[in-house]
Write a protein that binds this ligand. Sequence first.
Ligand code: S3P
Length: 169
Amino acid sequence: MTGAGAPRAVLIGTMGAGKTTVGRLLAERLGVGFADTDELIEEQQGKAVQDIFVEDGEAAFRALERTTVARALEEQAGVLSLGGGAVLDPSTRSLLAAHQVVFLRVGLAEAVKRVGLGTGRPLLLGNVRARVKQLLDERTPIYAGLARITVDTDGREPAEIAAEIVTAL
Ligand code: S3P
């Protein structure tokens, strides 16, 4: 976290969109700090997101996510990446209206390739491809509706994506 003030850019998109990788690069290019809400939650709780899902349940994770995102949107002055499901919360969506929201768009094949099979993502247990498709179908309209900037990420390197965002900001 880098002091008080609104983030320069808030990255949204589904798992495998590259929010964390591109977010770090973008922050470097802009010369600002970077924070990822999943990492903030893990630091604060002292356990992995996957363990929070398994031990405490998704509802408990979403409650932690809501407060963590709200605080980060207020305090984080650099680049902020949100967990893929953060935008499901209506209060989070209304907070985002005041921010420079960047949607990293990814297609099904590429998202499945990027998340792989052995990840720590609890929502993907079972049939990875079917779950990713379902999440993309449900959430793409939400991401697109919130974004001021949309960047296609399929087949592109994180540095190229970050450069496009710098130009668009
Ligand atoms: C989730 C995405 C994950 C993490 C959690 C739930 C989701 O973050 O917050 O596993 O609902 O899409 P990433 O999008 O950074 O993988």
